[in-house]
Design a protein around this ligand. Sequence first.
Ligand code: FMN
Length: 209
Amino acid sequence: MKDVREEYHAEGLSEGHLHDNPVEQARRWVDEAIEAGFPLPNAMTLATVSADGQPSTRVVLLKGIEGGGFTFFTHYDSRKGEEIAANAKVSFTMFWQPFDRQMIVIGEASKVDEEESESYFASRPYASQISAAISPQSQPTSREWLEAEVEALQQQHPEAPVPRPANWGGYRITPTEIQFWHGRPSRLHDRFRYRKQADGSWVRERLAP
Ligand SMILES: Cc1cc2nc3c(=O)[nH]c(=O)nc-3n(C[C@H](O)[C@H](O)[C@H](O)COP(=O)(O)O)c2cc1C
């Protein structure tokens, strides 16, 4: 690993090209990654922190940027869900390697309303609805138990819609800080950090790489 070295050729990120609102800048970067056809352009590594201060991370999928925040869907009883219930402060990172771009968001997570979770759950493929509905996410289990539960629920609901379990839904992360990192040659990378002020405006500054 020590010998793996990537040279970044990108032209970089100039302040003049940045949107004044970092949420809109984030939308641009996600849209550009989607348009470029990258695999999993909406994958984000989400960090939560336990009540006793232990961070943990996992990949989830960004499903929307609206209401000034970033939405993903999961099980509320999962490890991440329990950690968010105890401490709403979270952070996530998205990395688009072909663009040499990294985006880091810091903020607070809150549950989206029931209708939003309901309508997203209903839009998922039948098999995904079944898997989400039977899974006690983050609990120890066995493959046999999972497959038996899938079969039982398929018999109960042979086709969509499968009822959404009450413990499955969305979170929206409202940002307090967003950083945009762009790789440049010789490690002299561009970094811009936006921090939300008490009056709701954003202050932007360049950070040393
Ligand atoms: C590419 C990818 C996408 C994923 N998307 C989601 C997702 O949108 N929601 C989710 O709950 N888990 C998703 N997972 C699974 C999570 O990484 C994780 O295993 C699960 O949410 C349980 O995490 P926890 O025990 O830390 O709460 C995804 C995993 C990968 C690798």
